[in-house]
Design a protein around this ligand. Structure first.
Ligand SMILES: [Zn+2]
Ligand SMILES: [Zn+2]
Ligand SMILES: [Zn+2]
Length: 364
């Protein structure tokens, strides 16, 4: 994630900041402008921008910022709703009578804001239930009841997250037990939104034949595939053909895992570029694929993947002396000639390129 500058004093501030450490201004993220802005709070509750860039724009904090303190995004002062565009996607929140649930809700919303920001950066439309009452995006943050266990997953636009996943101890235990190195809150969001975009972009659309060619026939019985996966596990040679062992379960999961990894890669590259980390390869700088079309777009995304591999190599080497440190980058973290020794050995270069080409074709 990039950092931002306080629009009043220029101090470096962060995506989750609510107050400038230097000038003490109240901060809020203005999503439609991609800015972290400094504000003076007026007696009538309106937040007036302190910078001269947009002096006439007036805002108020999202209700979940002003009341619940789980958000830091802004809403136009004259906008009809009280929630920011990220919070507005959440239809069910945890029961706040339990003290830990306030913290879990904060962590879930914080991860979701990063997802929404990344999707905005890519330029993807994110239709919610107000635009598409039947299939629009919506989130339920639920907890297990004695008689009913909550399964994290996607169903026709509804993404359900078990709030247990916001408990670091429980999630880390599952991450280790299930050998899912990228099991994080944001990882869940990136995976589940992949299912959402499969429905938006692939299902019943012109990309379905190309999807089946690359990922397989999604008409395969999902329940049978899941049972087989949890009984027999992934094929031992999965690293040669899949981005994760979970991706072997069913073409839908292969897609969602690949989509999530594309978002991991994009975010890693954006962060590296923002901090001035050079990922120079002996070739021309990769053009931004969002400004390309057709085959040129595919080639640009392939070069992005190559740069991510270079970054993964560098960062994984930095983490070598820190046993237990979370893996920072998703693909191709192996050293040459050392594939079998890695927890998550790299997908074959041809496979990665094919996947990225498929994604580039689908993301428009
Ligand atoms: Zn400041
Ligand atoms: Zn909000
Ligand atoms: Zn899934």
């Amino acid at each position: 994630m990039k950092t931002f500058a306080c629009t009043h004093c220029g101090q470096r501030v962060f995506f989750d900041s609510t107050r400038c450490e230097s000038c003490n201004s109240a901060l809020g993220f203005v999503a439609e402008r991609g800015e972290m802005a400094a504000f003076a709070i007026q007696p009538d509750g309106v937040w007036q921008r302190l910078d001269s860039a947009a002096p006439t724009l007036r805002y108020r904090p999202c209700q979940n910022y002003a009341v619940a303190n789980v958000c830091n995004w802004m809403v136009g002062a004259d906008a009809p709703g009280t929630l920011c565009r990220s919070c507005a996607y959440t239809a069910v929140i945890p029961q706040l009578s339990l003290p830990q649930n306030q913290r879990y809700w904060y962590l879930l919303e914080a991860a979701k804001r990063r997802l929404i920001y990344a999707l905005d950066e890519i330029g993807l439309a994110i239709p919610g239930r107000s635009e598409d009452p039947q299939h629009g995006l919506m989130f339920h943050f639920l907890e297990d009841a004695p008689s009913k266990k909550v399964l994290t997953g996607h169903d026709d636009g509804l993404i359900t997250l078990n709030i247990d996943e916001a408990d670091d101890v429980k999630r880390e235990a599952r991450r280790t037990a299930m050998d899912e190195p990228y099991r994080t809150l944001l990882g869940h969001f990136r995976h589940e939104i992949g299912h959402f975009y499969w429905q938006c972009l692939i299902a019943d659309g012109p990309w379905l034949p190309a999807f089946r060619q690359l990922f397989g026939d999604e008409m395969r019985d999902y329940t049978q595939a899941m049972e087989a996966h949890y009984q027999a596990g992934a094929p031992t040679d999965w690293p040669l053909n899949y981005i994760s062992s979970y991706a072997t379960m069913h073409p839908w999961e292969d897609w969602a895992e690949t989509w999530a990894h594309y978002l991991h890669i994009t975010e890693a590259l954006n962060t590296a570029a923002h901090w001035g980390v050079s990922l120079a390869l002996p070739e021309q700088p990769a053009p931004d694929p969002r400004r390309q079309s057709g085959r040129r777009r595919c080639a640009a995304v392939s070069r992005q993947a190559d740069r991510a591999m270079a970054a993964a190599g560098a960062v994984s080497q930095q983490h070598e002396p820190q046993p237990g440190a979370a893996r920072q980058l998703p693909v191709c973290a192996g050293r040459p000639g050392d594939r079998q020794a890695r927890v998550d050995p790299p997908r074959g270069a041809g496979g990665t390129r094919a996947v990225c080409n498929g994604l580039a074709a689908a993301v428009r």
